[in-house]
Design a protein around this ligand. Structure first.
Ligand code: FE2
Ligand code: FE2
Length: 372
């Protein structure tokens, strides 16, 4: 791609150059100026595009998987959500993967661990639990749960439970892009819980910390709190909304954090819950980072890269890096909540976070420039 602009590559082809390019290719070399404008765009040009996966389409597909395969054969019975631009790397957006997993009463997925970090956001059913490094975590609708990289984890539904469905979010494409992925199956296939049920929530979930817990220290890179129940999250958002804490671009947005550090829940994946008051319509902005949303409550629409997507509960949609976006709660009486996970911790750790806001009659103006 030639750009006839000062400072950009625009070498015109000649038969002599073309012969030389072929010679270079034969020696595993190339001329930078033939690709420079493509590999160094003026701004991010993600292959991922905005997509809305409607629950009314996703749920029947997931229920069909329940009939067709057993978890013992599939490992994990999941319908992946695949971005048209992310198909070769099984990405839902950027370098993030997401899928919807279903499990019937009495079923379980064998214990395993991997270098990809994982989270789940529970969608429906009762009796589901995840065991993370020996801790059983009971799961209810709209709970947010971590299975950090390197931790042994398995997922199960009690015999007395119902069909359970949840969204998985992982950074598999990122870890693969860095050629750093490992996968292991637990030698016993199922873990024997070795800690009290929901121990991490009991210890770290109340917003208070025992001095002893602080003294003992925590040397893992992820949050010691593994479950963030929706009830607590929603109550915190409502309180913050009443207190007037809000952003013109996000409404009231709370990040799920590591209670010991205030940092992200995992080194590579951050997550948040966003609260849009009745009738609220946020201002447009654009920034780096890939974002996958699930509508936890309410209905409304988002305008992403100029396209309107109308969403309702349990729909999943994505905002690719640098796509301008704004969100609106369509109800005049009910609030709306958007769960979201993203690669923001990576953007911040690598000083790649860049944000611009839309200013009427002024266009996009820089808010944060390649910041940490
Ligand atoms: Fe896993
Ligand atoms: Fe945003």
């Amino acid at each position: 791609m030639k750009e006839y602009v000062p400072g950009r590559a625009h070498v015109d082809d000649t038969p002599e150059l073309e012969r030389w390019y072929a010679e270079l290719a034969g020696r595993d070399m190339g001329a930078l100026w033939t690709v420079a404008n493509t590999i160094e765009p003026w701004h991010p040009k993600p292959p991922s595009v905005p997509v809305l996966w409607r629950w009314r389409d996703t749920r029947p597909a997931v229920m069909r998987a329940l009939d067709l395969v057993k978890p013992e054969q599939a490992g994990r019975r999941v319908v992946m959500l695949v971005n048209p631009g992310g198909r070769p790397i099984s990405a839902a957006c950027g370098l993030l993967y997401t899928g919807v997993q279903v499990m019937g009463p009495g079923e379980g997925a064998s214990a395993h661990r991997h270098m990809a970090s994982a989270l789940r956001f529970i969608m429906e059913g009762s009796g589901a639990y995840t065991v993370v490094d020996g801790e059983r975590i009971d799961l209810e609708a709209r709970d947010f749960v971590l299975t950090p990289n390197g931790t042994w984890h398995d997922h199960n539904v009690d015999e007395s439970g119902s069909v359970c469905i949840w969204q998985d979010g992982l950074d598999i494409p990122l870890v693969n892009a860095l050629d750093a992925n490992f996968y292991a199956v637990h030698p016993n296939l199922r873990q024997m819980p070795s800690r009290p049920v929901d121990a991490s929530f009991s210890l770290y979930g109340a917003g208070f910390l025992q001095p002893a817990a602080l003294r003992r220290g925590w040397n893992k890179p992820h949050s010691p709190l593994l479950k963030y129940p929706f009830e607590e999250t929603y109550a915190a958002l409502r309180r913050a909304s009443n207190a007037g804490a809000e952003s013109p671009f996000d409404g009231v947005l709370m990040e799920y954090v590591n209670p010991l550090t205030g940092g992200p829940v995992m080194p590579t994946i951050g997550a948040s819950m966003q609260f849009l008051r009745p009738g609220e319509h946020t201002r447009a902005h654009r920034h780096t980072g890939s974002f996958i949303y699930q509508v936890a409550k309410g209905s409304g629409f988002s305008v992403i890269a100029g396209q309107r997507f109308d969403w309702t509960e349990q729909d999943i949609f994505c905002v690719p890096s640098w796509a301008p976006h704004e969100h609106a709660n369509a109800s005049a009486t009910e609030d709306a909540c958007l769960f979201c996970f993203s690669d923001l911790p990576v953007m911040r750790a690598l000083s790649l976070y860049h944000e611009e806001e839309w200013v009427e009659n002024g266009g996009y103006q820089v808010v944060a420039e390649h910041a940490a």
